[in-house]
Ligand binder design. Structure first.
Ligand SMILES: [Zn+2]
Length: 181
């Protein structure tokens, strides 16, 4: 069972996050499949580590190559995006509270706005990706969706992308995206 595995992996890792080595509490811990299941990775134990939820959300279904790059980009002093503690709890609570359904292209709330905390999470994710950033609006949309395991409305993704463009963080030129982060 997943819970037992989580506990076992936490024990094996000395109670620490696999990546940042900070001490984990169970509420902030999640199982990361190194070779993402979405990409065909197995559910066997040697493919699984426990890490901070925030990082797991960012790694999403990146390829192993991209993940290694994310780790290397931190130049040896790896810190998960938002450490355990009050800020993390607040962010988690906000996500749970919002209870956003998994990607919906709804036509009801076209005026959906980009929540600042979600926007910040996306920007942090893009920063971590280094040169492995999405090159098209379509892949950016998919990438943003994988950052939110609890689901996010399609409208909000669109609002986030719009915001990124209006602030000059993302520029669309002949179908290709470039970034200023
Ligand atoms: Zn961590």
């Amino acid at each position: 069972m997943p819970t037992k595995r989580l506990e076992r992996l936490m024990f094996v890792q000395g109670g620490n996050c696999f990546f940042c080595k900070s001490s984990l509490v169970k509420a902030d811990a999640s199982i990361e499949h190194l070779f993402a299941t979405a990409n065909g990775g197995g559910n066997n134990e040697e493919n699984c580590v426990v890490c901070c939820k925030s990082l797991n959300a960012i790694l999403g279904s990146m390829s192993l190559k991209e993940k290694v790059q994310v780790v290397l980009n931190q130049k040896g002093n790896f810190k998960c995006p938002r450490g355990v503690g009050a800020a993390q709890d607040a962010a988690d609570a906000a996500i749970v509270k919002a209870k956003l359904p998994p990607i919906v292209s709804s036509n009801e709330s076209a005026s959906k706005s980009a929540r600042p905390d979600n926007l910040a999470l996306v920007v942090a994710n893009l920063k971590l990706r280094g040169n492995a950033r999405p090159r098209t609006i379509r892949t950016l949309t998919t990438s943003i969706a994988t950052i939110f395991p609890n689901g996010i409305a399609g409208d909000e993704i669109a609002a986030i992308i719009q915001k990124l463009q209006s602030t000059g963080t993302v520029t669309l030129n002949e179908g290709k995206l470039s970034y200023v982060l």
